[in-house]
Design a protein around this ligand. Structure first.
Ligand code: SF4
Length: 523
């Protein structure tokens, strides 16, 4: 039989999946048998815990979607974080992953982005989602990626013994707040909606039918959907907060069931209400006295992948135009000489074009001279007027360390940059200064060559001081010869605004001629 015609069990058999003992995992006695990993049962949950119902409702919803909407359950992934709720991922016989504490949503985001055909469901507790993973929760909601999040809220960290958590009601008791919780809890539907979730709902666990109908909708919702399920933690939270049970010994003995019934009784359905009003109201003793439930938000707006797709389509158009102009770049004859690793430090203040000058050197080296080049930049605490530095490494061989070790040449256009960088120039290296802006001190280094040009003055005279960096680049290029003159000219023409190309090239040529003169004079 072709694989696509097989049912789930037949496909699993084909994959060679054999449970330890068949009778343990599919008994045929329960309609949900095939959806559960029987070999992992019985579950770990306490008597009277609400989590069994949540598991039941989740798999029922999935079975319904398989039957009525043709869902392929092999394309469903269930992700959870740490905690009692997190065990659900391990019990469902689907692709599932039990992640680290609070990280279920980033993991799910990766799954969905890498494999958009997957239906990704996160099932985790309030501590995991709103406490440890709170930051991931708001950002996943904000992105509106198509993930369904079922958050089971039992008002405390149940698995670790009932510590207070981000949803513990004000004045309610927990093992770590035995005199009452002095903090205020999150209203999770309000938080989800305010963060950007496009489907938001809440039910108590005994509203199982409404919960299943809601889950069916949430699972097919084309965006981030958030469903909060209020479920009792019979062992921890209900021990400290005997809501609705008074002192009746029989009721105290079955506190899980009694609490479930109590939550159901005080639930008030308010479909469509603003999530801000979806309160869990408590009295002055911290007893929950009303739970607003229902479907609060169901918006249709592009999910993250759709929004990314739109931008990619737009970027592709722009990129193809850019690509065309890059492909048409002028090509220079290949260099035959070898360039040893050369490190250039540039320094000045913001607005002098220090960063641009470094980038121009890198561009000329990498694109036009076909050398290896690495460019990094740094600014002072403020950009314009503050310290600016750029570093370029050029070599014929691959550059394995992208940071300067000891600069071999240096372009300096301010006194501050001189003080900072000049001591780091390699002995025997060459220092290029704007001599109108940098005054050499009496103890200036004698183990280096220092060459100056009044770059800013010349640029001012020729039309704009803002192009002074081209003058000093001309000087540097002529003296060091690391990058060819023509490569520098092409890189300048490509980098500066069209209307200033002529000025910048003229200034580069002035600097270059001065450099040739200096080289000739110094032999
Ligand atoms: S500790 Fe609480 S939440 Fe955990 S399994 Fe027990 S009752 Fe359920």
């Amino acid at each position: 039989m072709p694989e696509e015609e097989m049912n789930r069990s037949e496909r699993l058999k084909l994959l060679g999946y054999e449970p330890p003992d068949k009778s343990d995992w599919v008994t045929g006695l329960h309609p949900l048998d095939t959806m559960l990993r029987g070999e992992r049962l019985p579950h770990i949950w306490c008597q009277g815990c609400g989590l069994g119902i949540v598991l039941n409702v989740l798999v029922s919803s999935l079975q319904w979607l398989e039957e009525h909407q043709g869902w392929d359950l092999d394309k469903v992934a269930v992700v959870s974080g740490i905690g009692c709720t997190g065990r659900i991922a391990g019990y469902v016989r689907l692709d599932s992953f039990h992640t680290t504490h609070g990280r279920a949503l980033p993991f799910a985001t990766g799954l969905k982005l890498a494999n958009p055909d997957l239906k990704v469901i996160v099932v985790s507790g309030d501590g995991d989602i709103a406490g440890i993973g709170g930051n991931h929760f708001i950002h996943t909601a904000r992105r509106n990626l198509e993930i369904a999040l079922v958050c089971v809220n039992n008002f405390n960290y149940g698995m670790t013994g009932g510590q207070v958590g981000p949803t513990t009601p004000h004045e309610a008791r927990a093992v770590t707040t035995q005199y009452g919780n002095f903090e205020y809890p999150f209203n999770l539907p309000y938080l989800a909606a305010a963060s950007g979730a496009s489907f938001v709902a809440r039910w108590t666990v005994l509203h199982a039918r409404q919960l299943e109908w809601t889950l069916r909708e949430a699972l097919v919702h084309p965006g981030f959907s958030f469903v909060e399920v209020i479920a009792p933690c019979s062992t921890a939270y209900a021990r400290w907060n005997p809501e609705g049970r008074g002192l009746d010994p029989e009721k105290l003995g079955r506190r899980g069931l009694e609490t479930m019934k109590y939550y159901q009784k005080i639930g008030r359905t308010m479909n469509g209400c603003h999530p801000k009003d979806a309160d869990i109201r408590v009295n002055e003793k911290g007893e929950i006295v009303e739970i607003i439930e229902g479907q609060f938000v169901n918006d249709r707006r592009p999910d993250l992948r759709a929004a990314m797709g739109q931008q990619i389509a737009q970027a592709q158009k722009t990129w193809s135009a850019e690509r065309k102009s890059l492909d048409q770049r002028e090509q220079l004859a290949p260099r035959k000489d070898k360039v040893p690793r050369s490190e250039v430090q540039l320094g000045g203040f913001g607005g002098q074009g220090i960063i641009s000058a470094g980038r121009i050197i890198g561009l000329a080296a990498a694109v036009y001279d076909k050398l290896e080049a690495c460019f990094t930049q740094s600014y002072g605490p403020e950009a314009r007027g503050g310290a600016a530095g750029a570093q370029v490494i050029i070599a014929s061989e691959p550059i394995h360390h992208p940071h300067l070790i000891e600069p071999t040449s240096m372009i300096i256009m301010s006194q501050g940059a001189y003080a900072r960088y000049a001591p780091t120039l390699a002995p025997g290296g060459t220092l290029f200064i704007d001599e109108g802006l940098v005054a050499l001190p009496a103890d200036h280094r004698t183990d280096i060559t220092t060459l100056g040009i009044s770059a800013t003055q010349i640029a001012e005279r020729e039309g704009s001081s803002r192009a002074a960096n081209s003058t000093i680049l001309g000087l540097w290029s002529a003296v060091t010869g690391i990058v060819r003159q023509e490569a520098m000219r092409l890189a300048i023409a490509e980098s500066v605004p069209t209307k200033t190309v002529e000025l910048n090239l003229r200034l580069f040529d002035i600097g270059f001629e001065k450099g040739i003169e200096l080289v000739d004079n110094n032999g």
